[in-house]
Design a protein around this ligand. Structure first.
Ligand code: HEC
Ligand code: HEC
Ligand code: HEC
Ligand code: HEC
Ligand code: HEC
Length: 147
């Protein structure tokens, strides 16, 4: 009797674990775990040197080491951390060409498992650095002026 019941419970548990696994989606990526490998940021965020958006890695980048990963397990982002309102212009390429460092705008990403909003992208933060680096602080540089 107890034998049959525990078998039933075990089956239920197994079913639950399998469903959880299927619904899991993307793997939980940790910059901290990968930091010792010293991969350049641009290996995974390939847009930084050529586009406005930094972009996210996918199956091909992860499979270099984790051959068993599927497309579903490497669908990033799982959640956006840094995001500007639509009325602000921004380009990674322009800033990387000007030798700005990732850490100035994102903090020490490799120090923690999950990326946090370490440096909120406020107008003050942008304008302060534009003053410092003698870049333009004219409103139209960052905002479309429409009337
Ligand atoms: C250059 C090789 C390499 C690449 C590329 C790589 N990983 Fe890893 N990954 C590792 C190593 C090494 C570990 C650490 C294994 C350990 O210590 O247990 C690891 C661990 C992990 C783990 C285990 C959990 C953890 O964080 O400790 C996950 C999940 C993971 N990687 C996901 C990814 C994803 C997603 C990608 C693609 C965006 C990726 N990895 C790309 C080498 C790599
Ligand atoms: C092995 C691949 C890999 C490398 C190398 C890597 N990242 Fe990432 N990064 C990811 C993945 C995957 C995500 C998305 C995680 C998610 O959405 O769950 C991410 C997310 C981020 C985010 C958050 C973006 C957002 O959604 O707002 C920032 C910022 C970031 N990475 C910066 C860096 C910096 C800086 C470096 C170099 C120091 C770096 N990354 C190196 C894979 C990588
Ligand atoms: C001058 C500031 C600045 C620098 C330098 C910078 N970022 Fe960003 N990053 C931002 C801002 C602002 C956003 C949000 C952009 C948006 O919402 O349009 C962002 C978004 C991102 C994102 C997520 C969205 C996307 O663009 O695809 C990733 C990933 C990222 N940055 C990685 C990096 C990496 C890696 C570096 C260094 C190679 C870097 N960033 C350098 C300011 C910066
Ligand atoms: C590390 C200092 C620094 C930070 C932080 C910074 N900028 Fe810049 N930005 C620059 C420099 C330097 C240039 C000038 C590049 C050039 O003219 O070659 C520039 C240029 C620009 C441009 C002009 C692009 C073009 O097409 O010429 C825009 C738009 C811009 N930044 C928006 C932003 C926004 C929005 C933020 C905040 C989220 C920001 N910047 C944060 C240094 C910075
Ligand atoms: C270097 C880039 C940059 C420049 C130059 C700039 N802004 Fe902004 N501005 C931003 C960013 C980023 C935001 C969004 C984040 C925030 O609200 O702090 C913003 C937000 C705003 C907002 C919305 C504020 C709110 O509370 O919602 C207004 C209004 C604004 N800017 C007006 C201006 C005016 C006027 C100028 C010229 C004197 C100017 N900006 C110059 C980057 C810039």
């Amino acid at each position: 009797m107890t034998g049959i019941r525990s078998l039933a419970v075990l089956t239920l548990l197994l079913a639950a674990v399998c469903t959880m696994h299927a619904a899991e989606g993307a793997a939980r990526f940790s910059h901290k775990t990968h930091a010792p490998l010293k991969m350049p940021c641009a290996k995974c965020h390939t847009g930084v040197s050529k586009a406005a958006a930094a972009g996210y890695p996918g199956e091909a980048e992860c499979k270099v080491c984790h051959t068993a990963f599927t497309a579903a397990q490497t669908k990033f982002p799982t959640k956006r951390v840094y995001r500007l309102p639509d009325f602000v212009f921004f380009s990674h390429k322009v800033h990387l060409d000007a030798r700005a460092e990732c850490a100035r705008c994102h903090g020490d990403v490799n120090a923690s498992a999950a990326v946090t909003l370490a440096v909120p992208p406020t107008m003050k933060m942008c304008v302060d650095c534009h003053r410092e680096t003698k870049a333009s602080i004219e409103c139209f540089v960052c905002h479309e002026i429409s009337q």
